[in-house]
Design a protein around this ligand. Structure first.
Ligand SMILES: [Fe+2]
Ligand SMILES: [Fe+2]
Length: 171
């Protein structure tokens, strides 16, 4: 059984994950509009991942006999100055999500909720990966400095990324 405080914090994180999905869908649309379909596809995959993150929280709350309450999601930004600016915004967003996961772990600690602490370990590791994969693309974009050739090459590379649906139950 989740405490009210823990249930509220986990519900807020469902909202944060779905907001991430919504932001990344806006970024995918931005790249689609620029004709950079590889970048767009990369963000489309991010959208699916964020929805899986939300689903993991959703299932966990139910498993612990908690109540899922969905809140509104704000309209995301839809325009960025450049591909680099969009990826920098994505990196900043992932860092914000990491800080939220850390706050959740702190609540689990305060509530003495061992099961939630263990559950959150997956998210803590996932955030390390998320920040690293977005950060790598930010570095590459800084390096190519909007050279059309560099953008074209990176677009092609990112378009190759395969999305493998992880089990909703966890690894
Ligand atoms: Fe996420
Ligand atoms: Fe993420």
């Amino acid at each position: 059984m989740l405490t009210d405080k823990m249930a509220k914090a986990l519900n807020d994180q469902i909202n944060a994950e779905l907001s991430s999905a919504y932001l990344y869908q806006a970024m995918a649309a931005y790249f689609e509009h620029l004709g950079l379909r590889g970048f767009a596809k990369w963000f489309d995959n991010q959208v699916l991942e964020e929805m899986i993150h939300a689903r993991k929280l959703y299932d966990f709350i139910h498993e612990r006999s908690g109540r899922v309450v969905l809140e509104g999601i704000e309209a995301p930004q839809h325009e960025w100055e450049s591909p680099l600016a969009a990826f920098e915004a994505a990196l900043k967003h992932e860092r914000y999500i990491t800080s939220r996961i850390n706050d959740l772990a702190r609540v689990a600690d305060e509530e003495g909720d061992r099961a939630t602490q263990i559950f959150l370990q997956w998210f803590i590791s996932e955030q390390v990966e998320e920040e690293s994969s977005v950060g790598e693309i930010v570095d590459q974009l800084r390096f190519i400095k909007e050279s059309p050739h560099g953008l074209f090459m990176l677009d092609r590379e990112l378009g190759q990324r395969k999305f493998t649906t992880p089990s909703v139950e966890g690894e």
